[in-house]
Design a protein around this ligand. Structure first.
Ligand code: MG
Ligand code: MG
Length: 259
């Protein structure tokens, strides 16, 4: 079943989602060639706990850390490790928090040092896929409209849209119904209702849409080894434009001041 959230609940999810944005901004301050994803994970966990919240991913389904850190060909669910990030890498960082009994869940793909123009474009297009998907999340539209908005733009740029992993409802649980695919057909699927809260999260591959799981039981990588990007926002379906509950503003303020 799909839970409808009250305005009070939506505001609590907003608070959790904003804390995720601030956590990712804190992580962003530490991102540079040579840093390890385990070090970034520690920054995030400390920051979350310092803000009267719990890491949402730590222990979830047995996941060992607070961040999912997915480098280059890793799409999602990468486990933080002691390997230093290198100039030209990208790292998709997905973060969840639990505060006041409600989850926030947001992701951003970061550049390490100088990345190629090809990768810069992948990140721009993936972020635009997210924006277009969010804009389609209007009460009365259907789930397929969200997926179509993402898929049509990604594929028009020659990229692959991951099928096996999807967005989701969000609230007292990290993953609730409905599933929110990043592909779909206009006018198909369930009608969106005011009061739904969704995590919308395009995973877009430079090459093939196909993915596989590594032997660690978590990390999803592209089948062709080409890079993949991931951006995620939490939104509430409203009468008109959706309410975007998470934000990249804190992250992008940090990135602007670094350059
Ligand atoms: Mg996430
Ligand atoms: Mg999510």
């Amino acid at each position: 079943m799909i839970f409808l959230k009250t305005n009070e609940e939506i505001e609590l999810i907003r608070e959790s989602s904003l804390l995720v944005g601030k956590t990712l901004a804190e992580v962003a301050k530490h991102i540079k060639p040579g840093v390890t994803t385990l070090e970034l994970d520690k920054v995030a966990e400390d920051f979350i706990r310092d803000h009267q919240a719990e890491p949402g991913f730590l222990g979830y389904g047995g996941f060992p850390n607070s961040l999912c850190t997915s480098v280059n060909e890793a799409v999602v669910h990468g486990i933080p490790n002691a390997k230093p990030l290198e100039n030209g890498d990208i790292v998709s960082i997905d973060c969840g928090v639990l505060k006041n009994d409600f989850y926030g869940d947001s992701a951003y793909t970061f550049e390490i040092g100088e990345v190629s123009e090809e990768i810069k474009k992948l990140l721009e297009v993936t972020k635009e896929c997210l924006n277009r998907s969010v804009a389609a999340a209007i009460s009365g539209n259907r789930l397929g409209d969200i997926g179509f908005a993402c898929q049509s733009f990604a594929e028009s740029n020659g990229y692959g849209v991951v099928r096996e992993l999807v967005g989701h409802g969000l609230g007292r649980n990290l993953h609730e119904e409905p599933q929110v695919p990043n592909y779909g057909k206009r006018g198909r699927g369930v009608k969106l209702k005011e009061g739904w809260v969704l995590a919308i999260e395009p995973m877009i591959n430079l090459g093939t849409k196909n993915v596989k799981q590594l032997k660690d039981g978590w990390t999803i990588v592209t089948s062709d080894g080409k890079p993949s990007a991931h951006f995620e926002h939490d939104i509430a379906v409203a009468k008109g434009e959706p309410m975007v509950l998470s934000t990249f503003d804190f992250i992008e303020e940090v990135l602007k001041n670094k350059n």
